[in-house]
Structures are given as C-alpha cells and as structure tokens.
Design a protein around this ligand. Structure first.
Ligand SMILES: Cc1cc2nc3c(=O)[nH]c(=O)nc-3n(C[C@H](O)[C@H](O)[C@H](O)COP(=O)(O)OP(=O)(O)OC[C@H]3O[C@@H](n4cnc5c(N)ncnc54)[C@H](O)[C@@H]3O)c2cc1C
Length: 449
C-alpha cells in the first residue's frame, strides 16, 4: 500500500475498516465485499500511476464513482483495491459556441446540471440519484433516466473522454469533434463498459438548450395498454415532450406511505403516466389539448407552476427510495419492445408468485423505451429464482435483461438471455485485448475467473 500512498498521499489511502465501510456496500445494501484499501486519486496522472502500480503487483481493481449503481458493479468481490474517482471534480467553463463542457469523472450530475443551467444550457440526462451519481459512473453505465425520450442515453451526450487503460496508459480524445470518422469508436465502446475496459477520468459532454417553460401532467389511465397507446399520440403532437414515466398503485401506495404524500386522485387507477413538456413558451395548452382526447384517460392533474410540478414528480421520483425503505428488494431493470410492455406487466405477478408466493412486486419505468424497473420485496431465500423467472419472461418477449443499469455482478448469470454466444465471445475478445490480466472490475459483466 505504500506505493499507492506515495502516489496520492497517505490521507487518500484508506485501510481502516470504518473508513472503508461506506465504499464496500452498494446503495441497495444487497452487494457487499471487502476492499484491500480505498484509493482516492485527484488527477488523471495519479489514476494512471495507481493503475500502473496495481498492474505491476497484479492487484485487481474495483472502480467506483458515486456508488449509486444498482447492479453491484462498483463494490469489490473481495480483496481488490477500490479506486474511488470522487476527487476528480474539475468542471470547466461551458463553451457556448460548441454547447459543450468538460467534466471530471467525479463531478456529480447535480453539479454538472447547475453549471450548465447557469450558462443558459441544460444536460440531456437526468435521474433521481443526481446528487451522488458521477459523470464517470453515468458514462460507464450508459445511464438513461427520465429524459431519454428526448435526448437519448448517456452515450449520446459524450463527445470526448480521457481514460486510463488497464496497463496505466492514457487515451484521450477531448477536442469535442462532432464528426470524427477515424476508425473504431472508442468513446462509444467505453460508454456502457461498466469499468471493465478502462477507468474514465474526464468527459467532454454535449449540452442541450435550457427550456424554462414546463408543464407536467399526471394521467390516470384505464390500463397499461392505454398508457402505451397514448405515447405515439403525445410524441407526434408534442415536440416539447421531455419525459413519460409509468407507475402503478402498489408503488404509489409506498411513496405515499414513506413520503407522506396525499392521494393524487380520489380513486385508485390501473396505471399512471407522468408526462412532462419543456419549451421556450408555456406548453401547458398544447399538453392539455394532446391528452384530453386520449383513449383510456380516466382522470388527470396538470401542473404549470414549479411547486405543483415538483409535487407531481415526487410520486414517481421517490419510488426507488420508498421501495428500499420497505426492505432490500431484488431489483431488475428490463426492457421489451414497447408493444410488449402490457404483456410483461400482465404476466409479472404470476411469474413471481410461481417461484416465490407472498413476494411483493412493485414496477415503474420509462414507457417510451419499454423500460420497466421490477422490484420484488420479501423474496427471502428465493432471490435467484425470482430473478431467473422474471428475466426468462423478459427474454421470451424479445427483451433485454438490462435496460439502463448495466449487468454489473447482479446479472452475469443471465447475460446469455440477451446476447448470443458469438456476441459474448466478441465482448470477451475486447476485454482480453484491453485488460489481458483481468485486473479491472473482476466479476462484472463476465463471471469471476
Ligand atoms: C434513486 C436512484 C435512482 C436511479 N435512477 C436511475 C435511472 O433513472 N436511470 C439509470 O440509468 N440509472 C439510475 N440509477 C442508477 C445509478 O444512479 C446509475 O447507474 C449511475 O450512472 C451510477 O453512477 P455512479 O457514479 O454512482 O457509479 P457507481 O455506482 O460508482 O458505479 C457504477 C458502475 O460504473 C463503474 N464506474 C464508476 N465510475 C467509473 C469511472 N470513472 N470509470 C470507469 N468505470 C466507472 C463502476 O465500476 C460500476 O460498474 C439510479 C440509482 C438510484 C440510487
């Protein structure tokens, strides 16, 4: 460990169990493992030197940002050096001519949004873990969130990266070129690589216009099918559509219980769709016009002021915390072709009950991408069986076992449900080429050697 302390300073190498503890367990409390030490470099050069030192000793490395990941990818299996990037917080000035900004890997999403907004821009990715999730983690997981319907996932926001490879060498493309046809797309490859190919130390990010005029509607729908069917209507008539989020009565009951929120409607409904529009001019009238004739609409609440909008968003955004307040859930993040979403929702409860009677299934998600977050509480010793049953159901509907959280350690056994043998072999070949000794994030994406 002295070699690491010489690089980053002894105060940034943590070996005391109490100081390491918060790095060793994930946000859900489900994944935990002991690190040999936690190292906190402050620059790309220090990251490179730490990785070189680990490589020369054959020490395996677990890469961690804000530790908000939900698939156990950022916590050690046991004995790794835990490389925390949270000190890489340099945030450059917004360049208005390119609408881009450079951010260190440890910059939180909230800090990035604040700088962008101050300069009259916004950032295209947003999610509820914004106060802790970091730029490095967002890129590494190709995070999605609530704005994908308008701006795409994290990969679409990246125009440059600096990253340290497993041998400690540094690759950097930070000019922010919007067009670059020179060979393999390394940026696209590292986005979503979950720390298995390189350690990201900074990113050049695309910004989007800031639209201050907003309208939010909470729609009570007669069924999931009605919620899915209204989406193409909204997309076609509302270019300002910025979010379309789905949830159900069991999740609503939990957010009300843990957040002390009032009932949004006098009665319970089959499905709830939260829709947001953002524009230069007030989009409320066009939102109302678009939804009022929607088939299957049973009730609606519209908010055109900031506090009303926050109140409606709270019903959706506090789902994850409220579920965790009930216990440690089996968390599955899946997607299916959007037309199969109603079939997935319909079959979920019976599928879970088939392997774990008495378990509680809470689902919510991003409807535009057919993305459902499946949370199962009270699974006892049947967590694996529940995951297996749900993921096989998803695969039978031509879906993906991981929509936006990544594979991490949680979904390694099921990767072949979403990827063919040849695809997995190609991915392994890339991993072996860039990290032949398997030092970076062992057990993530591929089984432990
Ligand atoms: C309340 C809540 C809501 C959430 N909502 C969403 C959502 O809507 N959409 C969504 O996509 N996710 C969501 N998440 C999951 C999580 O916030 C994202 O996965 C986020 O991108 C993780 O960022 P992080 O900095 O916390 O990464 P970590 O949790 O620290 O790490 C995640 C993965 O990225 C790797 N990694 C981290 N930093 C680096 C780096 N610098 N270089 C290389 N690899 C790195 C880790 O090794 C690990 O595999 C949510 C989480 C919570 C707790």
């Amino acid at each position: 460990m002295k070699a690491l302390a010489d690089i980053v300073g002894p105060e940034h190498v943590l070996t005391d169990p109490d100081l390491k503890a918060s790095y060793e367990t994930d946000w859900t409390g489900r994944f935990t493992g002991s690190a040999a030490c936690v190292v906190r470099p402050g620059t790309t050069d220090e990251v490179a030197a730490v990785v070189r030192a680990c490589a020369s000793e054959g020490w395996r490395i677990t890469v961690q940002g804000g530790n908000t990941g939900l698939v156990g990818g950022g916590v050690p299996v046991g004995g790794e050096v835990l490389l925390s990037l949270t000190r890489l917080t340099t945030l450059g000035d917004v360049d208005p001519s390119s609408s881009q900004v450079t951010a260190g890997a440890g910059v939180t999403l909230a800090a990035l949004q604040a700088v962008a907004r101050e300069a009259g821009f916004d950032f295209g990715v947003d999610l509820a873990a914004r106060d802790s999730a970091t730029v490095g983690g967002l890129v590494a997981t190709n995070a999605g969130g609530i704005r994908v319907v308008r701006y795409g996932s994290m990969r679409q926001q990246v125009v440059g990266l600096t990253a340290v490879l497993a041998d400690g060498s540094v690759v950097s493309r930070m000019a922010g070129l919007e067009k670059d046809g020179t060979g393999y797309d390394l940026l696209g490859l590292l986005a979503g690589s979950e720390g298995t190919l390189a350690v990201i130390t900074e990113a050049r990010l695309r910004l989007v216009p800031r639209y201050r005029a907003r309208a939010v509607a909470l729609l009570a729908m007669s069924s999931t099918t009605a919620a899915v069917d209204v989406l193409p209507v909204l997309r076609a008539s509302l270019p300002s559509l910025a979010a379309a989020e789905l949830f159900y009565a069991p999740g609503l009951a939990l957010v009300r219980k843990h957040g002390g929120l009032p009932a949004p409607f006098p009665e319970e409904h089959a499905a709830y769709l939260l829709v947001e529009c953002a524009d230069l001019v007030d989009p409320t009238a066009s939102l109302v016009a678009a939804v009022e004739s929607a088939e299957g609409l049973v009730d609606a609440r519209i908010a055109d002021d900031a506090s009303g909008q926050r109140a409606l968003w709270a019903y959706r955004e506090t789902h994850t915390e409220s579920i965790s307040a009930e216990g440690v859930p089996v968390k599955l993040d899946v997607s299916v072709p959007v037309t199969s979403l109603p079939a997935l929702v319909d079959q979920l409860e019976a599928t879970v009950a088939g392997v774990c009677p008495g378990a509680r299934t809470i689902v919510f998600g991003h409807v535009n991408e057919g993305n459902l977050h499946v949370n199962v509480l009270d699974t006892g010793s049947a967590a694996e069986e529940v995951s297996d049953a749900v993921l096989r159901l998803v695969a039978s509907l031509s879906g993906s076992i991981s929509s936006e959280h990544g594979v991490g350690r949680a979904k390694v056994p099921w990767l072949a449900l979403s990827r063919s043998e040849n695809e997995i072999e190609a991915m392994r070949a890339i991993k072996t080429a860039l990290d032949p000794a398997g030092l970076l994030n062992p057990g993530v994406l591929f089984p432990l050697a």
